[in-house]
Design a protein around this ligand. Structure first.
Ligand code: C2E
Ligand code: CA
Ligand code: CA
Ligand code: CA
Length: 279
């Protein structure tokens, strides 16, 4: 039995170093991914639940590794954050999202708002306000057609500093939303201290529990409270007509999810928007 225990221990250690190797390899590859043009943005439409029109889309990064194939953001964004690469990747995402959106708007002749995910580091280690201003200048995208998605945890890290950055971003006209709402931290009272425009109800919350009576009550309460604070609400992860109907009855403003569309390459989104005035 002792023998087996020792073997198990060795095996465990081998797995650990294996994981470390994979991580190191990913980090090396990440360093080259930007210059090798391996990143691409996909766009997932947001839909007004009353009019069923597409109001805009969320930009979601994809990494096409030449050998490993597509690596999901949840696997490489945390690594990019730890090693500091998120500064450069985040700037690339902003530039690409704004320029592709401005081009879409010009070609389709309809206003579309693009949402960009911002990671905690971008709020503390780079001059986000200056970056946003520069990108809007360069691409010609009107400030109010850019929305930044932030998480509660990064806002409460240093409330005074975050509030100052958010206020400066509001001067540029950009929209500010809290991502993954309902999973977390401070709740709506704290959020009142920030100049926010909206919140996104977390997907886990919307998809998994939407039939549970109590969860439904909580979702309804969140939406009412958000509206009382003048915040608009987007529900993430809408996968069924049933959930869509519930959210619409709760006066949720917009929905996003596989029911409407998966995240799509830009040209596919353009094709979809060109052939329907609504989706
Ligand atoms: P998120 O911001 O919460 O993005 C929503 C995620 O839910 C996306 O996963 C999207 O593909 C997925 N999703 C959308 N609708 C449905 C649905 O109906 N059902 C299900 N099961 N899933 C749905 P994705 O693209 O894998 O992104 C994962 C996370 O990676 C994002 O979560 C975000 O936190 C991060 N991320 C993605 N792109 C960026 C980026 O450009 N910058 C930063 N900092 N983070 C990013
Ligand atoms: Ca998001
Ligand atoms: Ca989210
Ligand atoms: Ca999420």
């Amino acid at each position: 039995a002792k023998e087996a225990g020792r073997n198990r221990c060795c095996f465990y250690r081998m797995e650990m170093s294996e994981t470390a190797n994979v991580r190191r390899a990913l980090e090396d590859a990440l360093h080259r991914a930007l210059e090798r043009n391996e990143f691409v943005l996909h766009y997932q439409p947001r839909v007004n639940l009353t009019t069923m029109q597409c109001t805009g889309m969320e930009a979601l990064i994809r990494w096409n590794h030449p050998e490993l194939g597509q690596i999901p953001p949840l696997q490489f964004i945390p690594i990019a954050e730890e090693c500091g690469l998120i500064d450069a990747i985040g700037l690339w995402v902003l530039q690409e999202a704004c320029s592709q959106t401005q081009r879409l708007i010009n070609r389709l002749g309809i206003p579309l708002r693009v949402s960009v995910n911002i990671s905690a580091r971008q709020l503390t280690s780079v001059d986000l306000v200056k970056q946003v201003q520069q990108v809007l200048d360069e691409t010609g995208l009107p400030g109010d057609l850019l929305e930044l998605e932030l998480t509660e945890s990064m806002l409460i890290e240093d409330m005074a500093a975050s509030a100052a950055i958010l206020s400066a971003l509001k001067v540029l006209g950009v929209k500010l939303a809290v991502d993954d709402f309902g999973t977390g931290y401070c709740g709506l009272a704290y959020l009142q201290r920030f100049p926010l425009d909206g919140l996104k109800l977390d997907r886990s919350f919307v998809t998994e529990n939407a039939k549970d009576k109590q969860t439904l009550n909580v979702i309804k309460a969140f939406i009412d409270l958000a509206h009382a604070l003048d915040l608009s609400v987007v529900a993430e992860g809408v996968e069924t007509h049933e959930v869509q109907e519930i959210l619409r009855n709760f006066c949720c403003d917009e929905g996003q999810g596989y029911l409407f569309a998966k995240p799509l390459p830009c040209h596919e989104l353009e094709g979809m928007l060109a052939s329907f005035s609504h989706i």
